[in-house]
Design a protein around this ligand. Structure first.
Ligand code: ZN
Length: 241
């Protein structure tokens, strides 16, 4: 079986469509999403609708929570606040109800699924460095914990109490090892590579693979401008920052 892993779509329909097509082409029958469907981009309802048509396991992200008023606005920078307020007005009742059903952690799956950190899912910590990642391993027991939130892909492996960052885009999951995997961002990558990101886990081969895919950035960026959202949100898509 193949599982698609995605996060941080941020209302970017162009990027999400490319990713979902790629996951389908690769025969993924299930998709895990680490949250933040909305915020920043111009197509929140469309992204929610598209995701709902998938066989999906999904958790709540901080921007989703911000739109629902479950995380106060002062947690966000000015640009993010503007996008949250815009999204709140834009979302249909149906979309809001869907977001409202999401939990911070999914306990029903063989993976630990959370948006920001297993340590404190509702506190929205940023796990950016190896020491920060190492600290998180005491807060999950399953072999694999998948996260998003930073929009920067990161894989840390623990084997016999030894920790290392895995830089490769493809690697095998070792038995007895634990992994903290940031799957990167679909709709607003921040690692300097503007291409959209998704991952695939092949449960039979135990092979984990990260893909970067071109998408129509121009169209997504233009819609952000037309929606009256902050200009910087449109510009940053071209740089992946
Ligand atoms: Zn995000």
């Amino acid at each position: 079986m193949k599982i698609g892993l995605i996060s941080d779509i941020h209302s970017n329909l162009e990027a999400l469509s490319v990713v979902l097509d790629a996951l389908k082409e690769n025969n993924c029958t299930e998709i895990i999403c680490c949250g933040d469907i909305v915020g920043y981009g111009a197509n929140p309802n469309e992204c929610i609708k598209l995701l709902r048509s998938c066989n999906l396991k999904i958790v709540l992200g901080n921007h989703d929570a911000g739109v629902l008023n479950k995380t106060p606005l002062y947690y966000f920078n000015e640009v993010a606040q503007k996008a949250i307020l815009w999204t709140r007005k834009e979302l249909t009742r149906d979309s809001l109800e869907y977001l409202d059903l999401l939990f911070l952690v999914d306990h029903s799956y063989p993976f630990h699924i959370v948006h920001a950190s297993p340590q404190a899912p509702g506190k929205w910590y940023y796990i950016l460095s190896l020491p920060e990642a190492i600290h998180q391993f005491r807060f999950f027991e399953k072999p694999i914990c998948v996260i998003g939130h930073t929009h920067i892909p990161l894989v840390v492996e623990e084997l016999n109490n030894q920790y290392r960052i895995i830089e490769e885009d493809e690697f095998l999951i070792e038995s007895g090892a634990h992994y903290l995997i940031n799957v990167g961002s679909v709709g607003q990558p921040r690692d300097g590579d503007p291409r959209t990101t998704c991952c695939i886990y092949d449960t039979k081969k135990k092979l984990f693979k990260r893909m970067r895919l071109e998408y129509d950035i121009k169209s997504a960026a233009q819609k952000i401008l037309e929606a009256g959202l902050p200009k910087v949100l449109s510009e940053r898509l071209f740089y992946g920052r």
